[in-house]
Design a protein around this ligand. Structure first.
Ligand code: GRF
Length: 223
């Protein structure tokens, strides 16, 4: 993809849509050369739909309960995504498992964000699982989607500390703040043509390695 072209995104949501909002904001700030071609929700009452409308973005509701099989639901998603000439499918709090029907229609062109440092804490309630397990570092991951849930090649991750008095909710908020930073960045890397999937890894062209030693230790080492 030419780096100066706006990439057409199809954003799939089920709920609040704060990641959708972060993507909208990055586009509006000129940091992400993208256009949201369609926002699709499987839930008619998803607040994210209002965010989309407020920004004049086209929306569609496809209720998964109308379809007997996951594959049939996916076929309808594909139809609507293709109708809007979508180039990259962005799952942003989309709570459905995708099948080969959608994945083969958009090969290596479906991304997801998950609120853990994968491969830890796959599945739902990752933040609660992290608090209950007692990890000192948690975080979030943007990855390409494969048929195995939360297992696809990793594009970018952000780590945050977990504090002793954290609840599922406080950790969720700390992670979400980082989700909003890394998702637009992952899409920008894709738009710039800098992501290549090699086996189970993602190779990033001109990988920006920080000159400082970046290391998060929690609790901090006594100085
Ligand atoms: C986020 O934590 C995301 O990682 C997870 O679901 C949540 C959705 O948040 N998959 P939002 O709808 O983008 O606000």
């Amino acid at each position: 993809m030419a780096t100066n072209e706006r990439i057409r995104l199809g954003v799939l949501i089920s709920g609040a849509g704060t990641n959708l909002q972060a993507i909208i904001d990055a586009i509006e700030r000129g940091e992400l050369k993208a256009e949201i071609a369609i926002v699709i929700s499987n839930k008619a009452n998803a607040p994210g739909l209002e965010r989309a409308s407020r920004h004049g973005l086209p929306t569609a509701v496809i209720d998964h309960r109308r379809f007997a099989r996951r594959e049939d639901f996916d076929a309808e998603l594909v139809r609507v995504l293709k109708e809007h000439d979508v180039e990259l499918v962005v799952c942003a709090g989309f709570m459905r498992i995708l099948t080969h029907v959608l994945l083969s229609a958009f090969p290596n062109r479906v991304m997801n964000i998950h609120p853990s440092l994968l491969p830890a804490f796959t599945g739902i309630d990752a933040q609660r699982a992290a608090v209950e397990y007692g990890v000192r570092l948690a975080g979030c991951t943007v990855h390409f989607v494969t048929e195995k849930v939360d297992e696809g090649p990793i594009i970018i991750q952000a780590a945050v500390p977990v504090y002793p008095d954290d609840t599922e909710q406080t950790l969720r908020e700390r992670i979400l703040e980082q989700e909003h930073r890394i998702y637009p960045q992952a899409i920008a890397l894709f738009q710039q043509g800098r992501l290549e999937i090699v086996g189970r890894k993602v190779r990033i062209k001109d990988f920006p390695i920080s000159q400082k030693t970046v290391c998060l230790v929690n609790p901090p080492i006594d100085e």
